[in-house]
Design a protein around this ligand. Structure first.
Ligand SMILES: [Zn+2]
Length: 343
């Protein structure tokens, strides 16, 4: 048991879990998800009414759209989220992407949002050559250090492990990231959150590795479920393993999936259908939801739905679909509270 047991660690320090309230478990507030070999210094596309739709539809190909680095805009976005009824938010940006511990602290101080920051590392395609060779113990020591000591001299400390990036086929370096995440979980009592590769097999392969390495599956989150599993049987089979399922692309309603696969991807309605089935099968306590905002036109400041969409639009939709208040609270308050509280 660590000193953090029973507490949540935000970028402003530990808080009692009751202070979290409604919580988004998988967002990016400040980051740059432009792959390093696509030049982060490339001039950004100017977004206008004329190109807004196509820039969003083809976001992987729009220069600079994955650069969300301005603290002032982030503060405004957080204030809108608070107005919509949200309270806390987890920034799961991990090295490979650009990370901004001090920026997040400033955004938390200025906006009054409770922000929890992740640690870990992202996909192999975002790793430099030296990073590729790193061993499990070295990585685990880094992740544990981020939680216990903070990000270098900033004093800002991580409050969960992830998102850990995995591709499909799953690479050796990425498998070491997951093994290290499990070691760090066992040492610190933090939850882990893992981005699976683009395959129906990937979530199950990750669960197998978590289990073999002694992870606490009830504190292990499989991300982006609605872009990996496309039917009710699949999500029920995953929930039966005991992991937490995260539907974290609320607000994305396009069937276009710009990462190279042609899939019939989700809408908010389909997401709620899957969640309903999970609840009917007794899995209410292992579901969390979020938006995973990582490009500029999903934010309100550039015409998008923003970080408040779930509170503003999806919660009323849940009520129309006869979700009970206890079920809504489980997804938005109780499950995040359990996961973010160190054990
Ligand atoms: Zn992800």
């Amino acid at each position: 048991m660590s000193d953090l047991a029973g507490k949540v660690q935000t970028v402003l320090g530990p808080i009692p879990p009751e202070e979290l309230g409604r919580t988004l478990m998988h967002e990016h507030i400040l980051t740059d998800l432009t792959p390093p070999d696509e030049r982060r210094d490339l001039e950004e596309a100017v977004i206008t009414f004329e190109n807004l739709y196509d820039a969003t539809y083809n976001w992987m190909d729009t220069p600079g759209i994955r650069r969300i680095t301005e603290p002032g805009i982030a503060v405004r976005e957080m204030e809108w989220m608070l107005d919509d009824g949200g309270r806390s938010i987890v920034d799961v940006s991990t090295p490979g992407m650009a990370i901004f511990p001090e920026g997040l602290r400033r955004v938390a101080e200025t906006s009054g949002t409770r922000i929890v920051m992740g640690c870990g590392r992202y996909l192999e395609s975002f790793m430099g050559p030296a990073d590729l060779e790193r061993g499990v113990d070295d990585l685990a020591a880094e992740f544990i250090g981020r939680i216990q000591e903070g990000f270098d001299e900033t004093g800002v400390k991580a409050g969960l492990i992830g998102e850990i990036g995995c591709s499909w086929p799953w690479t050796a370096a990425e498998k070491r990231s997951v093994e290290a995440a499990v070691l760090a979980q066992r040492e610190t009592g933090a939850a882990v959150t893992i981005h699976p590769g683009l395959s129906e097999e990937a979530p199950f392969a990750i669960v197998d590795m978590l289990r073999e390495n002694g992870a606490d599956l009830s504190r292990s989150i499989v991300d982006h479920v609605e872009r990996r599993l496309f039917d009710t049987d699949g999500v029920l089979r995953l929930a039966d393993t005991g992991v937490v399922l995260e539907f974290d692309l609320f607000g994305v309603e396009s069937s276009r999936f710009p990462m190279g696969r042609d899939v019939s991807s989700s809408s908010d309605g389909v997401r709620l259908d899957r969640i309903r089935s999970l609840i009917e099968h007794g899995h209410r306590d292992r579901i969390v939801i979020s938006h995973d905002i990582v490009y500029r036109t999903r934010r309100r400041s550039l015409g998008g739905h923003g970080y408040g969409h779930i509170f503003r639009n999806v919660v009323p939709m849940m009520r129309r679909r006869d979700f009970t208040e206890a079920e809504i609270d489980a997804l938005l308050v109780e499950n995040p509270k359990r996961l973010l509280t160190f054990v």
